[in-house]
Write a protein that binds this ligand. Structure first.
Ligand code: VIB
Length: 214
């Protein structure tokens, strides 16, 4: 089994709980409450801001010229389509700028930002890849649960398609290959610990969307 699959196995309870979370069930069905989805998106917009910094750090830390360019290209996805998605969805959900610009950060948002900042500060490419792989591969897995019929509202449908379209599948494949490559010489435990922590936070991030709901 390759390194990425061994890491995923080590985090199986949190990984599976996230991929099969009721948030995902309701999003795929298109019947997620606006309050729940809006709370999630406002926090995720802050998450994505730090994610941009992490990708920038990966551009800097990657040991291979081709890999640097692949990370740089993905930055343009975040700055382009992904940013547009958030702005359009805030409008569709009637969330004013005053609410999404400077929200109070939830506990899992803070925890994720701290983990990403730690990876940035470490200048350790393998550690950055661990966080990137969890964030992207786990999202690919839940989005691949979607069948042929997607929910009708663009803010639901586009959030699924962003995470299962062919370019995204290739990006996740690249990240996993990179981690398998640069992590091969590393002590498994030093990668397992942040991988499992990131999966635990992913689960709490979905939980957070339902805070204050039944
Ligand atoms: C909590 C949380 N975890 C992972 C992702 C996935 N993700 C983060 S940035 C990005 C853009 C493409 O690289 C994607 C897909 C998310 N949005 N929110």
């Amino acid at each position: 089994m390759d390194l990425c699959h061994r890491l995923r196995d080590a985090a199986k309870p949190y990984w599976d709980a996230s991929v099969n979370h009721r948030f995902v069930d309701q999003l795929l069905a298109g019947d997620i409450a606006d309050e729940v989805f809006g709370r999630y998106l406002v926090q995720d917009f802050r998450f994505c801001d730090t994610f941009v910094r992490l990708l920038g750090a990966a551009v800097c830390a990657a040991d291979d010229p081709e890999a640097r360019l692949t990370h740089a290209r993905q930055l343009s996805v975040l700055a382009g389509g992904e940013y547009r998605y958030f702005i359009d969805s805030f409008e569709a959900l009637n969330i004013p700028e005053s609410q999404w610009k400077n929200p109070t950060l939830s506990e899992p948002t803070q925890a994720f930002i701290a983990l990403m900042e730690k990876a940035c500060d470490s200048q350790d490419y393998a550690l950055m890849l661990v966080v990137l792989v969890v964030a992207e591969w786990l999202y690919l897995e839940w989005a691949q649960r979607a069948g042929n019929t997607l929910p009708p509202r663009p803010e639901h449908r586009d959030w699924i398609v962003l995470h299962n379209e062919p370019d995204f599948v290739r990006w996740v494949g690249f990240l996993c290959n990179e981690l398998n490559r640069v992590g091969a010489e590393r002590d498994f435990e030093t990668l397992r610990e942040p991988f499992v922590e990131a999966c635990q936070i992913e689960q709490r991030f979905f939980d957070m969307a339902f805070d204050g709901m039944r």
